[in-house]
Design a protein around this ligand. Structure first.
Ligand code: ADP
Ligand code: MG
Ligand code: ZN
Length: 477
């Protein structure tokens, strides 16, 4: 049987506001437990919430960037449930009138564009954190009330790889918008994945499972892959998939059942009486729209047009906002019209140095000017590509400039034919067989001779110049 996966993702995002969604407590991460609390976020009777305007702005900005329609008349609702990390016994959320709905996000899958629908993006507040130790459970309310944006996708995603691309593209946009630090390790970006399978060609959706507890995009991908195989196994054995919430076990690399539909809660949503409904004016929406920077996709297309790069290369260069600014500075200042060489340096050696150091390009302390200086040496054939890569590593480690390192290590290649003549003649004299082979059309023999000259020059000769010299000399003879 041929099956198809149907996936919808729910992303929860901490908005990067200084204070919480409905009170003035700090949102700073990592402080003494319960040091950032007040009667409002602890749900004391008689305390009243006040909406954080910055959180509202960030929520609208994100909705607009995700091509959503912004709801002009909107309100908050109470989502009621009991849990020890929820002191109010309800969460302020949005039910039927979310700020944003009906948007989309374009991803690239195997070189082809695909549009994933965004059902809604609504504002709510985070709960606290339970800390379980041996025989006790502790609760930290510092996180309680931090503004949380929930972004729900349509079930338009059909493979774990598509889910991965969707999350990567979404994170890139969120970083460009500067609405969140998107740090999965700190829990400021979390993802639940809903997945079902159906026979290919079948219209109706299968029964879904909701996966939780993945702490990286790779984890989401792995969990989805596992779950597809599990669900196929269930169907093939003649049974039915049941609707349930499953946890991704990061040690065993499998999903395990957490709760089934029978235990699903009725949240008894009702309008939040302490926050009256309100209108987001058209002017306000227009003003926020203006504050949205050029987004990754537009920037990618501009890089293709302005610098003649492929969409693939440009896509890598724009993935992070700060690195894309760095790349643009390099591309603009690079003296040649053909920008491929500098783009290759950015995507190749520089990016892998950054990845190796768990950093981004901007974090490497090599300024665009420094990189261009180094690449200049290579372009003028003064140093080899190989030495240039070693110089780059040292530039990053020592914060020294390219020319200082090149001078110190004496890396400048010998390109002067006069100085190379003797070595060329020696190599020819000592390797009569290779000379004969070359004359019979064996190119390998020429490369061997180049190697011999390189050896004689202690690796200092410019191989391109040596090759030209040998060709000329052997054509004459
Ligand atoms: P719930 O009420 O259980 O939260 P929703 O209808 O709100 O379910 O959908 C939550 C997420 O699940 C959305 O991202 C949606 O696209 C996705 N989804 C809904 N039905 C299915 C299905 N049959 N298979 C996979 N994903 C689904
Ligand atoms: Mg849901
Ligand atoms: Zn508070």
């Amino acid at each position: 049987m041929n099956y198809e996966a149907v996936i919808g993702l729910e992303v929860h995002l901490h908005l990067k506001t200084k204070t919480k969604a409905f009170c003035g407590c700090s949102t700073e991460f990592g402080n003494e437990p319960n040091s950032q609390v007040c009667p409002v976020c602890l749900g004391f009777p008689g305390s009243l919430p006040v909406l954080n305007k910055v959180a509202l702005d960030y929520a609208i900005r994100t909705g607009l960037a995700l091509n959503c329609k912004i709801q002009e008349f909107t309100k908050f609702d109470r989502k009621n449930y009991f849990y020890p990390d929820l002191p109010k016994n309800y969460q302020i959320s949005q039910y039927d009138l979310p700020f944003s709905r009906d948007g989309f996000l374009d991803i690239n899958i195997e070189g082809k564009p695909k549009r994933i629908g965004i059902t809604r993006a609504h504002l709510e507040e985070d709960a606290g954190k339970l800390i379980h130790k041996e025989n006790t459970s502790l609760v930290d309310f510092n996180r309680t009330g931090i503004p949380l944006l929930e972004i729900v996708s349509e079930p338009d995603i059909n493979s774990p790889q598509e889910a991965y691309e969707y999350l990567t593209a979404l994170k890139s946009i969120l970083e460009y918008l500067e609405v969140s630090d998107c740090d999965m390790e700190k829990g400021s970006l979390r993802c639940d994945a809903n997945i079902s399978i159906r026979e290919k060609g079948q219209k109706q959706f299968g029964t879904k499972a909701e996966l939780k507890n993945m702490n990286s995009f790779k984890g989401v991908k792995d969990a989805l892959q596992f779950e597809i195989e599990r669900q196929i196994g269930v169907l093939e054995s003649g049974e039915k998939v049941i609707q349930e919430t499953r946890l991704w076990d990061t040690k065993e690399l499998k999903t395990v059942s957490m709760r089934t539909k029978e235990e699903a809660k009725d949240y008894r949503y009702f309008p939040e009486p302490d926050l009256p409904p309100f209108i987001i004016s058209v002017e306000k929406i227009a003003e926020i729209k203006k504050s949205i920077p050029e987004l990754p996709k537009e920037k990618m297309l501009r890089f293709v047009k302005e610098f003649g790069l492929s969409e693939y290369d440009a896509g890598i260069l724009v993935a992070s906002r700060r690195d894309s600014e760095y790349a643009e500075e390099c591309l603009k200042a690079y003296p040649s019209k053909d920008k491929k060489a500098i783009a290759n340096w950015l995507i190749g050696p520089l990016l892998s140095e950054a990845n190796n150091r768990n950093s981004n390009i901007c974090g490497l302390k090599v300024l665009p000017k420094g990189l261009l200086e180094l690449v200049g040496f290579v372009d003028r054939q003064e140093i080899s590509h190989l030495s240039a890569k070693a110089v780059l590593t040292e530039m990053i480690d020592s914060a020294k400039g390219a020319s200082a390192i090149i001078k110190e290590k004496n890396l400048i290649q010998i390109s002067d034919t006069g100085s190379l003549n003797a070595a060329v003649e020696e190599a020819i004299k000592e390797n009569a067989k290779s000379v004969a082979d070359y004359k019979q059309g064996k190119l390998n023999a020429l490369m061997f001779l180049v190697g011999q000259v390189m050896k004689k020059s202690q690796g200092k000769a410019n191989p391109k110049v040596v090759q030209e010299m040998l060709k000329r000399r052997l054509a004459d003879a």
